[in-house]
Design a protein around this ligand. Structure first.
Ligand code: GLY
Length: 347
């Protein structure tokens, strides 16, 4: 059961409101005086700690968030980002990443990048060393090589073994769809598979000068159709940053976020006065309202998938929300790094 968002927001605005409203759960709360503060998806506890460490050493927020996510990009045990990420349907690791720099308003991104362990660093070079925003595929790889990046085999034995198991059990568990109508329910098994297959890391931070920057980086949907690009490298979807307002980013089913431009939406809601958590819940609500195909819904007509959003405003207030179920996000500030609870639209 879903709760009506507007009345929920009014309710949350009431001092002393209880933490539970029908169908939704309120998340944790963390407040910082702006800078240093960093937020990330739950897999980013080390990431936010590193980002704040960098900021305290004088780093700009963009340097800090990239240094933070590099820890996950190079981690062979995170099968959703960078080295060790699960491959596409043909066994090739394809990476997506975007960065956004609040003070200049500039962005850079790469998509379907093969063989480069740190796509976030290449995204940053797109921002700094081109007049473009997004490079894809072989063009992105050649650009990275031009700047001295080595081509590496990113497919670890662990990820290859998981891919082989998937490939050896193919049936309706891929992303191709036959012709079908809006009421067709018996499709979409791939979309409902293990949530790990949607993993990603997002990190945003505010530095000691009060400047904000963001990065999102991912190997994307596991076993995707080669060339599939998710939300992560798309400015406004996988991340958005406005130095005067705040920043937001996402993990989860990228297709739903691509169709709703949710990171941009969250920042605009914060501009209108929403708290970070309320703005993230608004984006969850928007996705739920726009999920109209039966194959994407559960038996209650709710989205059968998950998307999570993370946000920080200019004042250093942080919050997050996801469509379904309890979850955590990582936060670091002067009090150290920790996980806090996120709100959810459906229990
Ligand atoms: N959110 C990550 C992806 O869909 O690729």
């Amino acid at each position: 059961m879903r709760h009506d968002f507007l009345s929920r927001r009014d309710f949350l605005a009431t001092a002393g409101a209880a933490s539970l409203v029908a169908g939704t759960r309120r998340g944790g709360f963390a407040r910082s005086t702006a800078g240093p503060v960093a937020i990330a998806s739950s897999n980013g506890l080390n990431t936010v700690a590193r980002a704040v460490e960098e900021i305290n050493s004088g780093a700009d927020a963009l340097d800090a968030v990239i240094a933070g996510v590099n820890l996950v990009e190079e981690d062979p045990n995170d099968t959703t980002v960078g080295y060790g990420g699960l491959p596409n349907a043909e066994g090739t690791v394809e990476l997506d990443s975007a960065v956004m720099h609040g003070p200049t308003g500039r962005a850079g991104a790469v998509a379907s990048l093969q063989g480069i362990m740190y796509p976030s660093k290449v995204a940053r070079l797109v921002l700094e060393r081109t007049d473009h925003v997004l490079l894809v595929g072989m063009g992105a790889q050649r650009f990275a090589q031009m700047h001295g990046f080595a081509i590496e085999n990113l497919l670890t034995d662990r990820a290859r073994a998981i891919w082989v198991r998937w490939r050896e059990n193919l049936s309706n568990r891929d992303d191709y769809l036959p012709p079908h109508g809006p009421d067709e329910r018996d499709l979409g098994e791939a979309m409902r598979r293990n949530e790990d297959h949607w993993g990603t890391i997002h990190c945003s931070a505010i530095d000691l000068n009060g400047n904000i920057s963001s990065v999102t980086t991912t190997s994307g949907l596991a076993f995707k159709i080669p060339g599939r690009v998710g939300d992560s490298p798309i400015i406004g979807a996988g991340l958005y940053c406005d130095n005067e307002v705040g920043a937001a980013g996402s993990t989860g089913r990228g297709e739903a976020n691509l169709e709703n431009c949710c990171s941009f939406l969250i920042v605009e809601r914060m501009r209108m006065g929403d708290s970070p958590e309320a703005a993230c819940l608004y984006a969850c609500e928007r996705i739920a309202d726009h999920t109209r195909l039966a194959r994407l819904q559960n038996s209650a007509g709710e989205p059968a998938f998950n998307v999570s959003f993370y946000a920080v405003n200019k004042a250093g207030e942080v919050g997050g929300a996801r469509i379904r179920g309890t979850g955590r996000m990582a936060v670091a500030d002067a009090q150290g790094a920790r996980h806090i609870e996120m709100a959810c639209l459906y229990e």
